[in-house]
Every structure is written in C-alpha cells, then in structure tokens.
Design a protein around this ligand. Sequence first.
Ligand code: FUB
Length: 326
Amino acid sequence: MKKNERKDLVTNIYTADPSAHVFNGKIYIYPSHDEDLDIPEDDDGEQYVMKDYHILSMDSLDSECVDNGVALSEDEIPWVGRQLWAPDAIYLNGKYYLVFPAKDKNEIFRIGVAESDSPVGPFKPQENFIEGSYSIDPAVFQDDDGRIWCYNGGLWGGQLEMWQSGSFNPDERRPEGDDKALCALVAEFKPSMDAYVAAPKMITVLDENGEPLKASDEDRRYFEDPWMHKFNGKYYFSYSTGTTHYLCYAEGDSPEGPFTYKGRIMEPVIGWTTHHSIVQIDGEWYLFYHDAKRSGGCSHKRSVKFTKLNIAEDGTIETIHPYDHE
Ligand code: FUB
C-alpha cells in the first residue's frame, strides 16, 4: 500500500466529497469543507453547513497532503445564499475552473463556476449561476473530442425531485415503488465555461434486461455523487446509492448514456454519505472517497482519503471493502 493509502489525507480540518485530478504531474483534490459544528441531522442536509473551499495537493501519492487554505468563500460569490457543497474542477486553455453547487438567495441549489490561474486558487466567481442549472454535486468530464460534460444531481436535500415538472416545486412527490428512478442530469458546457449548450437532460441506468432501474431498487438506483471515467473507449458512470450507502457503476457507449448497471465499487463507509472520484495516476487507477471515522461517525464531519482501484481489461471494477485492511 502507498504511505497515505486509506488514511485521512488532512486532519487540520474536516473535508468531504473529493474530486481528484492530476494537473502538471501533481495531484489536486477539490473537496467540500465540513464545518466542525454540532448541528442535528435531517433529510434536507441542514447539517452540511459549508462556507468555503480549501484545495488539497500532493506531489505524489506517497507525499504529505497540503491544505492550500481558503480558495473561495461564500461571501465572495454574488449569487450564493449558503451551503457550498461538493465541487469539481477542470483545466482548460490555461485556466482552472472550480465548478460548485450552492443554494442561491431563494434557497434553490444551482451550479456555479469560478476561475483561477492556479489549481489551488484563489478562484474568482462568475456573477451568476449557470443559467438552467439546478441541484447538486457537479462532476465535469472532458471527452477525447474536447467536449465538456457536466453530470450533477442529488435526491432529498439535493432537490432533484423538486424539478420533475420542469420548474421548481418544493412539494413535488418523491418517485416510489415501480416508478422509474430519477438519475443524474447531464449537460454540455460551452468551452467558455459560463453557460450550458442546452438544458440538462436526465440520464438513465438500465438493469440487466434493458429496463430502467426503479425507485424501489435502492441498492442500485442513483441518489447523488455522479462521476465519469472512460476506459478502453467505454464510458463508466459511477454514483452513490444514498440510502443504502453503496458506490455503484454502470457502463455505456456515449457520455450521455444510457448506461447499464454493472456492480458495486465500494461497500458502505462509516457515516451516512459516501462520495467519490476515480482518477488515473502514473498508469494506475485510484478511488478518492471520504468517511466519518475520525469524528466517531458524525455524518457531517468527514475526511477524504484514497485507495487503489483494480479495473480488469473488460472494465469490471473489483469491489472495495473499505476496512478490510484493519
Ligand atoms: O457534502 C454535502 C453532500 O453530502 C454532498 O453534496 C453529497 O454528495 C453528500 O456527500
């Protein structure tokens, strides 16, 4: 195992939702910053009070992880009300873009973008959120043809159910039973990273019979935390099942899907949420994730870590049991 493998990468603050990337040969991790506050938990995620972003970096997986300090805070973003949740980042044409969700001043989750000349910020936010964006957990993927896709969406506190009619309705019913499960949204970013090309569309995960997963299929259906990686020309969409706490993946032939369910990437971690990213470093694949072990299981005081991911030639991912080395 690598020196830092499956260990908390930093302990000076709580961090969650790690989106890892390699820029110029160095590893950068774009996490949420969990506040060390005692707040009762609820299904709307009121306990996830995050006010700023800190970018983490490592020269290699064996190096110490550095907290580069505040890169962007909520009071610097004109459109934001509160709750800076799980971000991602992308490097394009000499600029680093931080893509993040937050509630606007009307308490509606939107996706925003901020830019910097440095991978660790400080990031300068755009004046407004991305028009047509909603819900949480953006993951940005640039395909080999240069097109930039944004996956995002989360149930419950992530508000995805509230948009089923096409506009925001906080009283919308949650799909249940044999209803088709909701899934992540996908939208293409313009290369300027200040607008979508078209309105987001909902992707579909199919079962082994080619049928869309149902809302009752909580072991397999999407809840939050989308990610995309490409392997041997296929697209692998991975996500958290939320209520059942698995990281799962599905395979497809296009970045917009549909995807067919393939299996589990990781069994549940300590804490309610599970959230990840998948990145290739020096020819090997790694899973970045978080757990709440250090805080004794407090779901909103999490710590990011990584572990090796074994992917077979046909794209099959070996399931990780997060504590089997202990
Ligand atoms: O960190 C706040 C929320 O918790 C994220 O947006 C979800 O993915 C879950 O990890």
